[in-house]
Design a protein around this ligand. Structure first.
Ligand code: CTP
Length: 389
């Protein structure tokens, strides 16, 4: 449909970026970026009308986002050239040819386009050897200033390298090293920097991604205090195993896996430095508490290893988030029986006795109350009484 409309309007239409890349790699990608050689916004208007979709137009950038059924979104833009006047600033934009539009992009594998006009539907547009690089597994920057224009491309490069198992072309590797050495990463705001880390940890191979951050001396820019070595890598390698184990339990949990990688990365950092990290990146409570709790985990492991009774297990784990508990198992999987007992059973034990019941026994309200309730709960946890209705 898009191709027909483009033909009618006598403009050239392409799909670019992640979609053609992943198509050639035979992977699914539902990120649809269309570019039009000509007036992208006008095309977007007519296309939206035709498909009865909802359109948001961003006039300042000459782009539009079309929302269709099933949450499908299509980005539509005009082919353009970008000029960066300063490092990491927003570019000035001017219209240009498809070739110029592809050249302003980051890597050759992302600079492929597929024509959508009906007359030449499906034709690959490949000015920079992207197809070859995809086949050879190579990540190649298109121009020497790319990383100064946009330092986040360093993180994108590492993300693609880890995701697809690709290698950097030697010149590209050198450009990354130079840019890092010239502190371009410091040009990024803390927000963006953390977001790039997060994207990498959410990608398919987070451990590989962290390894690359380490190899390229980038971890330092995220925090001077975090270290990454073989022992941490092997901890991170336990994450999948623990998650598979957790999956087989009779309880299900909702949490973000990437936070576990962040917890392993930060573990071993001093309390002051964890606090500084949380503050610097302005991390939300659910993340910052997890990072702070990594400080206690070794201590809990030592105790959990020693305790024998159910109530002791309960009081050690009570109040921890599931991520904290997973971290315990990442570090010591031999504790899994106690953890299983807690997650499947102890956690749910509740006493059905109230303050009123105690008053009926002739005891006046006061500190004794809590003591009594606690003692009953402990007894119940330890299975000393079967039920107390
Ligand atoms: N792009 C770029 N420089 C950036 C971000 C994006 O050159 N800093 C270009 C690339 O050509 C990229 C396209 O814009 O392919 C679309 O970007 P985006 O959708 O963010 O990324 P994808 O390449 O689709 O990557 P992912 O699969 O991780 O979404």
């Amino acid at each position: 449909e898009a191709g027909n409309l483009a033909d009618q309007m006598d403009i050239k239409l392409y799909i670019v970026g992640g979609f053609p890349r992943d198509l050639l790699l035979e992977r699914v990608n539902l990120d649809l970026d269309l570019v039009v050689e000509g007036d992208g916004v006008e095309f977007a208007r007519r296309f939206a009308q035709k498909l009865k979709g909802e359109l948001d137009i961003y006039h300042e950038f000459g782009t539009a986002v079309l929302s269709l059924e099933n949450n499908l979104k299509v980005d539509i833009a005009s082919t353009r050239v970008e000029y960066y006047s300063e490092v990491a600033s927003l570019p000035e934009v001017e219209s240009g040819s498809i070739q110029q539009d592809l050249f302003r992009r980051d890597f050759s594998i992302n600079a492929l386009a597929i024509q959508l006009n009906s007359s030449s539907f499906g034709q690959l547009v490949d000015y920079f050897n992207g197809k070859n690089d995809l086949e050879a597994g190579i990540i190649r920057l298109l121009h020497n200033f790319s990383l100064y224009d946009d330092p986040t491309r360093i993180f994108r490069g590492l993300r693609f390298a880890s995701r697809y198992g690709f290698k950097f072309e030697p010149r590209t590797k050198e450009l990354i090293r130079q840019a890092v050495d010239l502190d371009v990463i410091e040009k990024l705001s803390n927000n963006r920097l953390f977001n790039k880390l997060e994207l990498g940890l959410k990608d398919r191979y987070p451990i590989k991604f962290i390894n690359l951050l380490q190899e390229e001396n980038i971890l330092n820019y995220i925090s001077k205090n975090i270290s990454w070595d073989e022992s941490k890598e092997s901890l991170a390698n336990n994450i999948k195993k623990v998650l598979r184990w957790l999956d087989e339990l009779k309880v299900s949990f909702n949490f973000d896996e990437w936070i576990l990688y962040l917890m392993v990365l930060i573990s071993g950092v001093e309390e002051e430095d964890v606090k500084e990290f949380n503050k610097r990146f302005n991390l939300k409570n659910n993340i910052s508490y997890r990072l702070l709790n990594t400080l206690d985990v070794d201590n809990i492991i030592t105790k959990l290893d020693k305790v024998e009774s159910n109530s002791e297990v309960y009081y050690l784990l009570e109040g921890l988030a599931i991520e904290d508990i997973v971290l315990i198992l990442i570090k010591d999987f031999s504790l899994r029986e106690k953890v299983r007992l807690y997650l499947e059973e102890l956690r749910w034990i509740d006493i059905k006795i109230s303050g009123d019941d105690i008053i009926e026994f002739g005891i006046q309200p006061g500190p004794l109350f809590t003591e009594i309730l606690k003692a009953i709960k402990k007894a119940k946890l330890d299975d000393k009484i079967n039920s107390y209705e």
